[in-house]
Write a protein of this length. Structure first.
Length: 180
């Protein structure tokens, strides 16, 4: 009976993943090995700023076929944003450039990139305690990536609706993001 319920949940969740109503984790969690591989790629990128190398590493990681691509990509964007926000505004710009390259080369789709952003929206109240400029930086990155088509506007809009309810204090930085 439990297996039937799980199958029904899986069937219905596939439809929800197309355009999520709220910014929640969009799929299963990655295991520690996958999280470590993602972390290594991102740390290497923040150290060397080599977009080509980061793209090659992502292609290799996808090629393993071990992890669901959408979940992996969402994790890359979420962790990449968190690491860049923790580093500096320069790293935020470079991380956005890397995400843009991944989208331009069809390695990352705008929907999965947007889901990663929405995950960070949910944590922004906590992040901004340690990094007061985080909301402003994230809003700037989101606006720039929306302008270039590197983020799915529908997913971001849904995420911002939920974000406004959860964190009205930091939402003020995002009021003009979709207008761009």
């Amino acid at each position: 009976e439990d297996e039937d319920e799980e199958e029904e949940e899986e069937d219905s969740s596939g439809e929800d993943m197309i355009v999520p109503a709220t910014p929640v984790k969009h799929g299963p969690e990655l295991d520690e090995e996958a999280k470590n591989k993602v972390g290594f790629i991102l740390e290497e990128f923040l150290c060397c700023h080599d977009v080509t190398e980061a793209v090659e590493c992502m292609i290799e990681l996808h090629g393993l076929g071990t992890y669901p691509k959408a979940v992996l990509d969402e994790e890359v964007v979420r962790r990449g944003l968190e690491m860049a926000l923790d580093a500096s505004p320069k790293e935020c710009t470079l991380m956005a450039k890397m995400f843009g390259s991944l989208v331009d080369q069809a390695i990352l789709i705008p929907e999965d990139a947007a889901k990663g952003f929405c995950d960070v929206f949910l944590d922004l109240a906590d992040i901004s305690i340690d990094i007061p400029k985080a909301p402003e930086l994230l809003a700037s990155i989101a606006a720039d990536m929306l302008k270039t088509g590197h983020l799915d506007a529908g997913v971001i809009k849904a995420g911002l609706v939920e974000f406004q309810k959860e964190d009205p204090k930091n939402f003020k930085f995002f009021e003009g993001v979709l207008a761009t």
